[in-house]
Write a protein that binds this ligand. Structure first.
Ligand code: ZN
Ligand code: ZN
Length: 299
């Protein structure tokens, strides 16, 4: 029998528990370069319809250019950014003032919903001066730290998005390199609260191959242990969603808090799979805090 693939769950999904939906703490709107269907007001309205206690907008802050993939750039229409003379793509910068104004407007429209002003900070440890400058100008309620690109093996000092990185490395090495990058970010003093989508490389894992979890367990546990030591939270990103054995390992390695994030790029994707994933996470030993807008804690 083949080993479990990325979509197989080793832990049974359990219904019951408190039955409460968590906040969605990883959401994009049109202020992110790749969320052209994003709609901040529409997302807030959807959050109220779903009964979410809070929503955290985590708009992209991507500070480094990415090398062109082997076939050239093929972004969907509507993606905002620029390609330089070396073929590298740089995402359009976050329009901070317009973003803050739109969040403020929606806080007035949806007075009973907690709306957090956040960012998803890409590889902040490699851009500490720019991050410090941004945070001097604007404070944020939530910072998700994440990695989207790995060192480009054909161009020293450059970075290649994870999907095309599979052309340069063995599949398992993409994941191992990603974990090493995450550990570097965790070890840095770059301010972020939550480690986003630790399973990001698995979004692009070859569909015809099982994920070698036995080989990945030790480096994943090591990464989780260091994250727990840093006092930060682990995100249960529901885009794939995150394999539940990673949540179990997180608890076993001392993790104290989890964040739930749909990584929605449109209102319709808000809180995707939360009704299935949240009870399963609860069964693994995490539960809502007394204040339902806050991160879930270990029980
Ligand atoms: Zn991301
Ligand atoms: Zn995201």
């Amino acid at each position: 029998m083949a080993a479990p693939g990325p979509h197989d769950r080793p832990e049974p999904l359990v219904t019951g528990g408190t039955g409460r939906l968590p906040s969605d703490d990883h959401v994009h709107s049109r202020f992110s370069f790749d969320a052209f269907d994003g709609d901040l007001e529409g997302t807030c309205r959807r959050a109220v319809e779903l009964g979410l206690p809070a929503v955290s907008f985590t708009e992209h802050v991507d500070l480094e250019p990415w090398s062109a993939p082997p076939g050239g750039w093929d972004w969907p229409e509507g993606v905002r950014g620029s390609v330089d003379g070396h073929g590298r793509f740089l995402a359009a910068p976050l329009e901070v003032q317009a973003y803050v104004a739109e969040v403020e407007r929606c806080r007035h429209l949806f007075a009973d919903l907690t709306i957090r002003l956040g960012i998803e900070l890409d590889a902040g440890h490699r851009h500490r001066d720019e991050v410090a400058d941004l945070l001097r100008r604007q404070g944020f309620d939530r910072i998700v730290g994440s990695i989207h690109a790995l060192p480009d093996l054909t161009a020293s000092g450059e970075f290649l998005e994870v999907d095309p990185a599979y052309h340069q490395r063995e599949a398992v090495d993409v994941v191992l390199t990603y974990l090493a990058e995450a550990r570097d970010m965790i070890a840095s003093d770059v301010p972020f609260d939550v480690l986003g989508h630790l399973d990001y490389p698995l979004r692009h894992w070859p569909v015809d191959r099982p994920v070698p979890w036995a080989e990945l367990e030790e480096p994943v546990r090591d990464t989780l242990s260091r994250l727990a030591g840093s006092g930060r939270a682990l995100e249960v990103n529901t885009s794939l969603p995150l394999d539940l054995r990673v949540v179990r390992w997180w608890r076993e390695e001392g993790g104290r808090t989890v964040s739930f994030g749909s990584d929605a790029h449109s209102p319709a994707e808000l809180a995707r799979s939360f009704r299935e994933v949240a009870p399963a996470v609860e069964a693994l030993g995490f539960a809502p805090a007394a204040d339902p807008t806050q991160l879930w804690r270990r029980t």
